[in-house]
Ligand binder design. Structure first.
Ligand SMILES: C[S@@+](CC[C@H](N)C(=O)[O-])C[C@H]1O[C@@H](n2cnc3c(N)ncnc32)[C@H](O)[C@@H]1O
Length: 300
């Protein structure tokens, strides 16, 4: 996503180290890795071990490949992992959200298109599945998640219907969940998106603690930017950081934190306003329409 724009913004140079917080299928890392060359290094991080493996193979397979370090886990922990390994990143990319390998596989339970178990974990070893959330949380907690993470006006109705439905037996599949949600959310005439979309997004964000992880990463960037050069533990001098968000719940904290850092003189903005995808990319990939790239550079 926004590949050319990300490369232009990060301006990778031979010998630099890239931290890819969301390795996915390795698209960004392979393209940026080509600029880093054999003296450079790419640190790949992903919650999804299958994607991490794909990304590692892809980046290692490019001509003049950089050194590749693969770390399974959340990017919230990446700063600590880098510090423990004594690695300073010159470039950081986080391309937030889910990958096609996850949403296109019904067995992963991310989508209401096609039936599958109600899982939704990016990390199959993660602590909680969507099935557990939906069948154990009380009505108030479900309402809060669906309202806050899905911005669903009918959150209370959806939560009530879920609690009612599970009295007849646990909700175990994506199609069962979608059917309950569709019964709760009135469909407007000419409505193009499925009524279940917002609730699925909300539950996915909760299962994977997506906003908590983003907050963790942004907090680490802020603390590191405030450190003097020699005290830095994971970011190199004048490191460049790019984050691609897909909805306002992700973009808002990025925008706010980048502004605070820039107002404090710790960073410079590399994007005045967010960069969005061009017509060609949007035509090819619907998801690109919502992508927003923001980037900063540490001032020292
Ligand atoms: C949009 S895809 C990245 C695509 C990648 N940039 C590419 O070019 O192929 C997002 C990836 O981030 C991973 N992910 C999401 N949240 C994460 C987190 N907190 N920590 C680590 N990886 C995460 C997902 O598992 C998914 O593989």
């Amino acid at each position: 996503m926004l590949l050319a724009e990300t490369i232009e913004t990060l301006d990778p140079q031979p010998g630099q180290t890239l931290l890819d917080c969301t390795a996915g299928l390795g698209g960004h890392s392979a393209a940026i890795g080509g600029h880093l060359g054999p003296t450079g290094r790419v640190v790949l991080v992903d919650l999804d071990p299958g994607n991490l493996e794909l990304a590692e193979a892809r980046v290692s397979g490019i001509d003049e490949a950089p050194e590749v370090v693969a770390i399974h886990g959340s990017f919230a922990q990446a700063p600590r992992e880098l510090a423990e390994r004594g690695i300073l990143a010159d470039l950081v990319i986080a391309d937030l959200g889910f990958a096609s390998t996850q949403v296109d596989d019904p067995q992963r339970g991310f989508s209401f298109r096609g039936d599958g178990p109600l899982d939704m974990r990016m990390d199959p070893t993660g602590p909680i599945t969507c099935e557990e959330l939906v069948n154990t949380l009380g009505e108030d907690d479900l309402t809060k998640i669906i309202f806050e993470f899905g911005e669903e006006r009918f959150a209370r109705r959806v939560a009530r219907k879920l609690v009612e439905a599970r009295q007849a037996g646990p909700i175990q599949t994506t199609s069962q969940l979608a059917a309950v949600v569709r019964r709760a959310v009135p469909r407007a005439p000419n409505q193009r998106i499925d009524s279940a979309t917002r609730t699925f997004q909300a539950l996915r964000i909760a299962v994977n603690d997506e906003l908590g992880a983003l907050e963790g990463l942004l907090g680490s960037i802020e603390r590191e930017a405030a450190r003097q050069g020699d005290d830095r533990t994971w970011l190199g001098p004048i490191a460049r950081i790019a984050i691609i968000a897909f909805h306002s719940l992700e973009d808002r904290p990025v925008k706010r934190r980048f502004k605070r850092l820039t107002d404090a003189g710790l960073t410079e903005r590399l994007t005045r306003s967010p960069i969005t995808a061009g017509d060609a990319e949007c035509a090819e990939n619907r998801r690109a329409r919502s992508a927003k790239l923001r980037a900063i550079r540490l001032t020292r």
